[in-house]
Design a protein around this ligand. Structure first.
Ligand SMILES: [Zn+2]
Ligand SMILES: [Zn+2]
Length: 718
């Protein structure tokens, strides 16, 4: 029964920072223990046990006691180490959709247009389907949506009809009128079906609006907006008249749940977009069209790059041979650069013991975004014998009664253990451990898509262990690598976000001097990189400042890439040390860096950026040899064999197609180089080279063709 009572784990998990209040309450005991420990570490651990402080924290505490020796006044460190951070590798999720009145009034002009267009869309839908029940209709990144419930399932065939009706509403130039109403009146209007409707709708109360009214905090002014016959519960703000919403387009329909809650039944979500003028709308739609052409999901399928199979699992990418070649080329390139920068490559397993992640603080606090743990077989058998419940198992795994394994949500703990397996002197530092490390995260199935939102992915990960003085140089090295890779790929439009600490707050781990140093180092590195950057004060994690990369692709879309993150926390949690020049133990600083995020996401970006037309060095098939007829097939095979010997990825089109068709096929498959061999070429010892994107062939001697090709590949030309 005990197990059942404790499960599910508390709501604390939802918060960004997790504080063990029990330990917090014992802070004065911790302080006592700290000074005690400084003198007598072994007795100290017994003392901690009598205080019922979990043993896994003793290790952390010992490391701290060591630092206390040097700087006895820094107690805040102790409370900081029992906060459970959101790790850089975990993205934060929106806590709630509901905006405060303040936030609402910060809506930009464009957001006002879009939100107003949502009302116009609701008006149009109600004119066609008067029974529709509306829930919630906010502006979103590229437009707006409205969630509603009705019997008719909207399909793309309905879009034109809805759009036409919306334009009518815009043309009528209805005024958006604000009315403050009492909670009772709001409820009465919802009960009668009037709220979120064109008329009263007896027997069809506005059930979502009723619920939304209940969610408005006591004391907050309730209001509605009316345009024409449509009255909606809304805090605004709006544009003045519906004519401002005439540049609209209905975009797509999907299903959703009210407030994201599956138990509340399925709704329809109709997306639209609106702009302040026609030109902006057209430009947006053109760009979408371009994006559709480049969609990596479609190209990935057409070009045979990757596959997602329900039988394997959603969000789990199967790299097909051609995609794998692209990935290999990319990995080889990055590896070469890492070798130049003195990184050591390592390999680590895909799983690790739960206790490892208890120490790192990632378990049990981030279960929402992890695959469920794998209990040991003995544990399962024992619990089965005892007829125990799942709750007993889960609680036991969570509190450490039972051991088990976790599919690794990140690579850091494994790399830390490699570092910790040797003694280090300050002379050995920095240690740079790199791995194309595959990690697993539990994304909600609704959020999965192509290669960009997945459940298993391989990071271009590395962890650097260094002295505080080395942070500057190391971060600079990370940024140089990013610059090299992005420049080589022709992505010259990127910027960085520099997240620093909030100068007013004292929640940070690590000494202020080190923070000052690290922040200055990051800023220097960013300036040295010479790209646009923004500074975000207070956005640093409590354990260190960081840099994030955002790259713009050829059609102007932003892609969030990876991060370089300084970390003063994990070295303490894992009790890492090195011997300094003073012959005393010191705690190293750790830098997490995965500048391209993951190979999946990055490859998805590359497919779209190049529209599948990879430069020769990245192309899965670099050359296709096209014999004009069967008579030159033998020579074609010989040329291909020669190229393959030189490491060129090459095939021969052996089909009986006419050469025109062969060229077309090679173009469709985005092959960058075609070598056409006819009788004449063979007699003259030449090749008719067709380069993707060029109309006319270039006649080259075979040797010239090979030399040019090898040079292009070696230089990684675009
Ligand atoms: Zn509104
Ligand atoms: Zn890491």
């Amino acid at each position: 029964m005990d197990g059942r009572r404790r499960f599910p784990p508390t709501a604390r998990r939802k918060e960004g920072v997790h504080r063990d209040s029990r330990l917090d309450a014992q802070r004065s005991d911790w302080e006592k223990a700290s000074s005690f420990l400084t003198q007598k570490a072994t007795i100290g651990s017994l003392f901690l046990k009598t205080l019922k402080i979990p043993s896994r924290q003793i290790k952390v505490f010992r490391a701290l006691a060591q630092t206390q020796h040097e700087t006895p006044s820094q107690f805040p460190r102790i409370t900081a180490t029992i906060d459970f951070p959101r790790h850089p590798c975990f993205k934060s999720r929106p806590m709630s959709d509901r905006k405060t009145l303040d936030e609402r009034h910060q809506m930009t002009d464009l957001e006002r247009v879009r939100h107003s267009a949502a009302h116009v869309m609701a008006t149009a839908i109600l004119r066609i389907w008067p029974d529709a029940q509306f829930a919630y209709g906010p502006p979103v990144e590229n437009g707006f949506y409205y969630d509603f419930e009705m019997e008719h399932r909207i399909t793309p065939d309905d879009f034109e009809k809805i759009e036409k009706e919306m334009k009518k509403v815009a043309k009528q130039n209805q005024k958006f009128e604000y009315k403050a109403i009492s909670r009772e009146d709001a409820k009465a209007m919802a009960e009668s079906g009037r709220l979120g409707g064109l008329t009263e709708r007896p027997g069809n109360p506005s059930r979502f609006k009723l619920d939304l009214i209940d969610k408005i905090p006591e004391g907050e002014q309730i209001s509605c907006f009316q345009n024409g016959d449509f009255i909606d519960l809304c805090a605004g703000p709006h544009v003045g008249y519906t004519s401002k919403c005439k540049n609209v387009k209905v975009m797509s329909v999907s299903s959703s749940f009210y407030m994201g809650d599956e138990s509340k039944g399925q709704l329809q979500r109709l997306y639209g977009t609106a702009f302040e003028n026609k030109e902006a709308l057209t430009e947006h739609l053109d760009r979408l069209e371009e994006a559709k052409k480049r969609d990596h999901r479609r190209l990935g399928r057409e070009l045979g790059l990757f596959h997602i199979d329900e039988a394997v699992g959603q969000g789990l990418i199967l790299w097909k041979p051609k995609g794998a070649l692209v990935r290999r080329a990319l990995q080889e390139f990055i590896t070469q650069e890492l070798d130049k920068q003195g990184y050591s490559q390592v390999f680590t397993p895909h799983i690790g013991k739960l206790d490892l992640y208890r120490t790192s603080g990632h378990f049990p606090y981030y279960q929402d975004s992890q695959f469920a743990p794998v209990p040991e077989r003995d544990t399962l058998e024992k619990l089965a014998d005892e007829d125990a419940t799942c709750a007993t198992l889960i609680n036991g795994l969570n509190d450490g009664t039972y051991e088990g394994y976790l599919l690794k949500p990140m690579n850091c703990p494994h790399h830390i253990k490699i570092f910790a397996s040797d003694h280090h002197s300050y002379r050995d530092l920095p240690v740079r451990l790199a791995e194309f490390g595959t990690v697993y995260r539990w994304e909600q199935s609704g959020e999965l898509g192509g290669m960009t939102r997945v459940r298993g992915f391989t990071q271009d990960d590395a962890h650097l262990f260094c002295t505080p003085d080395q942070v500057a140089e190391e971060v600079k090295g990370c940024l140089d690598l990013v610059k090299k890779v992005l420049t080589t790929l022709g992505m010259n439009d990127y910027r960085v976000r520099l997240s620093l600490r909030d100068p007013e707050s004292d929640k940070y781990v690590g000494s202020p001097e080190n923070w000052d140093k690290a922040e200055a180092a990051l800023r220097d590195a960013v300036i040295h990189l010479g790209v646009d950057y923004t500074v975000e004060l207070g956005e640093a994690a409590f354990y260190g400042p960081k840099i994030d990369f955002v790259v713009k692709d050829v059609i102007g879309r932003d892609w969030q890439l990876g991060t370089v993150q300084v970390d003063y926390n994990l070295p303490v949690r894992f009790d890492l040390s090195y011997v300094g020049a003073d012959n005393k133990p010191h705690i190293p600083v750790m830098i997490h860096r995965a500048p391209f995020g993951s190979l999946e996401r990055f490859t998805g970006l590359l497919i779209e950026h190049f529209e599948g037309k990879f430069p020769t060095w990245l192309a899965p098939e670099q050359v296709r040899v096209l014999p004009i007829s069967e008579k030159t097939l033998e020579e074609a095979e010989a040329l291909a064999a020669k190229l393959a010997d030189l490491g060129v990825r090459c095939t021969v089109d052996r089909s009986s197609d006419k050469v025109g068709a062969k060229i077309r096929n090679a173009r469709l498959e985005r092959v960058p180089n075609m070598a056409v061999l006819g009788q004449r070429e063979i007699e003259e010892g030449t090749v008719a080279v067709r380069i993707r994107g060029e109309e006319k062939p270039i006649i080259k001697t075979e040797q010239q063709f090979i030399d040019d090709l090898l040079k292009e590949i070696a230089e990684r030309s675009l």
